[in-house]
Design a protein around this ligand. Sequence first.
Ligand code: ASN
Ligand code: ZN
Ligand code: CA
Length: 327
Amino acid sequence: DEAVETGTGTSQYSGTVPLGTTRGGSGYSLTDGTRGNHKTYDLKQGTSGTGTLFTDADDRWGGGRQTAGVDAHYGAGQTWDFYKKVLGRNGIRNDGVGSYSRVHYGNNYVNAFWSDSCFCMTYGDGSGNAHPLTSLDVAGHEMTHGVTAATAKLNYSGESGGLNEATSDILATAVEFYSANSADPGDYLIGEKIDINGDGTPLRYQDKPSKDGASKDYWSSSLGGIDVHYSSGPANHFFYLLSEGSGAKVINGVSYNSPTYDGSRITGIGRDKAVRIWYRALTTYLTSTSKYAQARTATLNAARDLYGSTSTEYKTVAAAWTAINVR
Ligand code: ASN
Ligand code: ZN
Ligand code: CA
């Protein structure tokens, strides 16, 4: 006899959050009955298998080992809801089937990842265990790798790898704004909560990717030979320019200043439209071998489909690609 429930979690990064849980014979588990039975497991520092499903006697979650589970489970639920409610996508493969999350992977593991072979995502505790890599944007990023694998299948190397990475960052930001969580408001930064650099700076900046010291702001022919987390820069920059425009801006208390390759000025069309255009390109036009030039065409086709070829949206897509040196 099982029942779908809503528990309460005290998270590390997102305040007090609702959690999709299931009540069984002897208590509750992190099994989200309204989101494809997505489950969250404790790997207890192991690096294989599924570990132990999180359970709790009173459906009030958090503290100790549970906290990372709370954040991961909440992030997966918010990402699921975003895809369903905003983009009409029912789960990672659009088949209503949930995946699962594993937390406390290994010792001092400073990463998180999606795996297509387990159809699951995994989170390390970070160095010193104070900052597990379980923030909302990281969850949105990793789960989106599953969506990309189920749609455009962008190869994870060269320029297509950069587009794959940027897709995860773009949708992660979309999830973060969608959730409207006051403890983790939306921004165009990736990993700003997990303090991965130890100095409070985020992992990546979408308004000006080179602020991380390694990512590229603009397309060049060298892009195909660098790490995909750096060749994602120009596409992240494209997304910021398309959404918010060039120049200086403050959003939810965060200051941005987005440059352009050619000194052109861009007026953004808003994040919601930019996300719809990127998602339609991903699911309709991009392929495993797409490079930046094909991404320009794919997003123009998507903008034409959604808004028409004489629309401001279409023209701004073209201008934003030109502004990152994709002509
Ligand atoms: N966290 C990284 C990512 O999702 C893991 C990797 O390098 N694939 O991009
Ligand atoms: Zn990634
Ligand atoms: Ca963020």
